[in-house]
Write a protein that binds this ligand. Structure first.
Ligand SMILES: [Cu+2]
Length: 153
């Protein structure tokens, strides 16, 4: 009796051990599979090319308005290079009057294209399209000591 009982118990232990091994192996296999499927994920980045779309050509617009500020120290930048056909805007940042005028003072005949018809006060601005190529000197007619150079290419 004792022998048959212990023999039955041994058989049960073997079955339980076998079940544990099978479960452990199956669990390890599933985990590995999960790890593999995660490791296989990288392919999505290959679908990235569309994200490389944004090429900003608008940032290098040669037709952009070139701004020249009139400050208490004079025109800034003092020398500016633009393309023919480009717009130039003079902005008065001072509390003084500004009237952009061609050299020479006071006749303003060398590059009359740039001559402002009237003065503007603080915050005022004057915009024009520059067409004639050359290197043109100008000044604030109200304060002729403030000069600038506009190069049109
Ligand atoms: Cu003048």
């Amino acid at each position: 009796m004792d022998n048959s009982t212990s023999g039955n118990n041994r058989g049960i232990y073997i079955v339980i051990l076998a079940v544990i091994i099978v479960v452990a192996v199956a669990f390890a296999y599933v985990r590995n599979k999960g790890g593999d499927s995660q490791a296989v994920k990288p392919p999505p980045p290959a679908a990235r090319p569309p994200a490389a779309k944004p090429p900003p050509p608008a940032a290098v617009n040669p037709n952009a308005v070139k701004v020249i500020r009139y400050t208490s120290a004079g025109f800034s930048p003092q020398r500016v290079v633009v393309k023919a056909g480009q717009a130039v805007r003079f902005v008065n940042d001072t509390s003084q009057s500004m009237q952009v005028a061609s050299d020479d003072h006071p006749t303003h005949t060398i590059f009359p294209d740039i001559n402002m018809p009237r003065t503007v006060g603080k915050g005022g601005s004057y915009e024009l399209l520059v067409l004639r190529k050359g290197s043109w000197g100008y000044h604030n007619h109200i304060r002729p000591q403030h000069t600038g150079i506009l190069v049109i290419e």
